[in-house]
Design a protein around this ligand. Structure first.
Ligand code: COD
Ligand code: ZN
Length: 374
């Protein structure tokens, strides 16, 4: 490899300060250190969480930073000791790693790796340094994977090797949106055939939860959003009912309870607001209902304890409950076998230089997933 062991100069979208648009810059990407992998990112999706980064509303994200966490690419070079991937392999960088050694990685019930960046107060690589510089300044990584860069360096245990036949401009969605929503239904809620479900928020993540509920055999899937432009896609993906909370005088949880008799079996929140989380919790039945929180709010939430006392369960779901390194390659194989069609989530494909335009589409509610190509 001509570039192995050398600094690579390439394009990346840098967020210099909260509240500013991204700036496409030439950055320097250092070679991977021991246990690290340098990846040529071919395609990256845009998730609403990246917009939270730009606004400065995610905790522990220091600026300047290169966001992006829904990418797919090809290994360019590997650091010392890396054995699980080699240059030329197709890979998906993982926003939730899997060290395989910590007690949670060893627990079949858990997918939260204790050696992840979520356990760290800073957004640098595990050795607390950065591989990115721009205009003489150190640039922070995001979730260890920073996919808004043509080349990125990630720890080996945050890389999933995928089938060589996988189209990278499509399977990049497995880096976050599709896996997160689909897995929340399949793994976290464990939706049963014939059950009823309600999904709040019909972005890439919520619509993937709709797909997961449908795949699990739910008989009724109620999709909730204030943007009715999302309803056609929700129906196409399996929603049986689409409702807009603004069309009703009474709270949406009462509407859903009336529609279903006593509330749904499973509810999901993929928006990231406290009030919609409480509404989703109250929409599942008071005894056996399970509410799965996918979105995150930056403020605390207070609830009436009676909502839980009668038996409801409030669960959190991170990266769809998948044990990332093991499960994402299998999910990609299922995609190649056409077990589901996540391509339907991609509404726009744009050149990387149009990254700010893609964010405008997301903010205006006009896109589900935009995929940027380098
Ligand atoms: N009621 C109903 N629907 C609403 C409301 C409301 N009050 N407000 C907004 N919505 C709808 C919007 O119209 C939109 O259709 C949908 O909610 C949100 O979709 P997107 O496309 O903006 O967002 P996604 O699907 O890309 O992401 C949603 C998340 C929940 C993942 C995200 O916003 C979040 O909470 N991120 C923080 C959590 C995190 O960091 N996770 C790790 C990586 S994802
Ligand atoms: Zn995301």
């Amino acid at each position: 490899m001509a570039t192995a062991g050398k600094v690579i100069r390439c394009r990346a979208a840098v967020a210099w300060a909260p509240g500013k648009p991204l700036s496409v810059e030439e950055v320097e990407v250092a070679p991977p250190k021991a246990g690290e992998v340098r990846i040529k990112i071919v395609a990256t999706g845009i998730c609403h969480s990246d917009d939270h980064v730009l606004k400065g509303s995610l905790p522990n994200v220091e600026f300047p930073v290169i966001p992006g966490h829904e990418g797919a690419g090809i290994v360019e070079s590997i650091g010392e000791g890396v054995a699980s991937v080699k240059p030329g392999d197709k890979v998906i960088p993982l926003c939730l790693p899997l060290c395989g050694e910590c007690s949670f990685c060893q627990n079949p019930e858990s997918n939260y790796c204790q050696k992840s960046h979520f356990s760290e107060p800073q957004n640098l690589l595990p050795d607390k340094t950065s591989r990115f510089t721009c205009k003489g300044k150190q640039i922070h990584h995001f979730l260890w994977i920073s996919t808004f860069a043509e080349y990125t360096v990630v720890p080996e245990y945050a890389v999933a090797k995928i089938d060589a036949a996988a189209p990278l401009d499509k399977v990049c969605l497995f880096g976050c949106g599709f896996s997160t929503g689909y897995g929340a239904a399949i793994n976290t809620a464990k939706v049963k055939p014939g059950s009823t479900c309600a999904i709040f928020g019909l972005g890439g993540v919520g619509l993937s939860a709709v797909m997961g509920c449908k795949a699990a055999g739910a008989s009724r899937i109620i999709a909730v959003d204030i943007n009715e432009d999302k309803f056609a896609k929700a129906k196409e993906l399996g929603a049986t009912d689409c409702i807009n909370p603004r069309d009703f005088k009474k709270p949406i949880q009462e509407v859903i309870t009336e529609m279903t008799g006593q509330g749904v079996d499973y509810s999901f929140e993929a928006i990231g607001h406290g009030d919609t989380m409480i509404a989703a919790l109250a929409s599942c039945n008071m005894s056996t209902g399970v509410f799965v929180m996918i979105g995150v709010t930056d403020s605390e939430i207070s609830i009436d304890p009676m909502l839980l006392l009668t038996g409801r369960t409030w669960k959190g779901s991170m990266f769809g409950g998948w044990k990332s390194r093991e499960c994402i390659p299998k999910l990609v194989s299922s995609y190649l076998e056409k077990k589901f069609n996540s391509d339907l989530l991609i509404t726009h494909t744009l050149p990387f230089a149009k990254v700010n335009e893609a964010f405008e589409l997301l903010r205006a509610g006009k896109s589900i997933r935009s995929v940027l190509l380098f």
